[in-house]
Design a binder for this molecule. Structure first.
Ligand code: NAP
Length: 289
């Protein structure tokens, strides 16, 4: 049976690799070794000490690291995957990165006979833990079809969107749609609290109507309890919005609200909330009121 490799055991990667380990022999690698050790205590699998080492034992490797530079280091660094992977191997990158990086990595991989798919995910920490992620992929169809079985162990839906970079472009649309929506939810909750309405009654009613959203369903309660430890960090959101804003500039697409909300997230970083989750837009509002 094939051994599947997984690199990046953060909020998302830790449970994703866990689901894979229940179906296939699995090897993991993480920059901070202790996280890999914690993972191996909970799940069955081996630990690689570098991406290069993993490349000698796995031909299907999944990444979920932080940003463009992390992906570059894992794939093309001195101890990177491309220094050891066999021709015909497949790298699936679940990190949210720029589309430019995806195309660059894809070309670099093709030169070595390796296939690369950009495959960012949506669904948050809960989606990763409950094997309910949505995957939007870009790249070669044959490679995509080969990895669908493995991805099925931690996702509820996946789709190949087109050539290399298309997955990341789709993820940008996802983040653009979320940014303004979370601010709207924060304003709605803040308004309800100031108006002395019972917030759970308000949500019960409006979530049955046109205002309903995933963010409302999954975040209203923790937001109103001032809890902001639910996975998708403000630092990551700012990275994603920067990527979207830069891409939009290239495309000539206006992102008015997205730009505004990016500035709000900067305020949150300045408040000390780099690792708070993205629903902390409510905390910013309450801080300003
Ligand atoms: P995270 O908790 O910060 O985890 C990132 C993991 O990658 C960390 O364990 C980190 O290792 C590891 N890593 C980073 N650079 C590495 C490198 N060069 N070599 C090996 N390991 C490396 O992030 P996350 O929340 O899981 O998110 C991961 C990616 O998924 C991001 O691109 C994010 O935008 C995207 N995403 C996240 C969510 C979410 O809800 N969290 C949802 C959708 C998409 P260390 O332990 O050394 O830091």
């Amino acid at each position: 049976m094939k051994t599947v490799g997984f690199i990046g055991l953060g909020v998302m990667g830790f449970p994703m690799a866990g689901h894979i380990s229940k179906a296939f022999p699995t090897q993991v690698y993480n920059r901070t070794l202790s996280k890999a050790e914690d993972w191996a205590e909970l799940y069955s699998g081996s630990i690689a000490l570098s991406p290069k080492e993993m490349g000698t034992s796995c031909e299907e490797i999944f990444l979920c690291v932080g940003n463009d530079d992390d992906v570059k280091e894992v794939i093309a660094g001195d101890e990177g995957l491309l220094s050891s992977l066999k021709s015909g191997s497949i790298i699936v990158d679940h990190t949210t990165t720029s589309a430019t990086l995806s195309r660059e990595m894809s070309n670099m991989c093709i030169d070595k006979g390796v296939n690369y798919l950009d495959a960012p995910v949506s669904g948050g920490q809960a989606g990763a833990e409950n094997a309910a992620l949505t995957i939007m992929a870009g790249g070669d169809k044959d490679s995509y079809e080969k990895v669908c079985e493995t991805m099925g162990h931690y996702s509820k839906f996946s789709k190949l969107m087109g050539s290399s970079g298309s997955g990341q472009l789709t993820k940008m649309v996802n983040q653009i749609c979320i940014a303004g929506l979370v601010q709207g939810l924060a304003e709605g909750i803040n308004f309800s609290l100031k108006s002395q309405l019972d917030i759970s009654d308000v949500i019960e009613v409006i979530s049955k109507g046109a205002a309903q959203s995933w963010q409302m369903e999954n975040r209203w309660e923790t937001m109103s309890l001032d809890q902001y430890d639910h996975g998708f960090a403000v630092d990551h959101m700012r990275k994603d919005l920067k990527i979207a804003l830069e891409e939009a500039q290239k495309q000539g697409a206006s992102l008015e609200i997205t730009k505004l909300i990016d500035g709000y997230y900067k305020d949150i970083q300045d408040m000390g909330g780099k690792r708070w989750d993205t629903s902390s837009l409510l905390k910013r509002l309450q801080n300003n009121d």
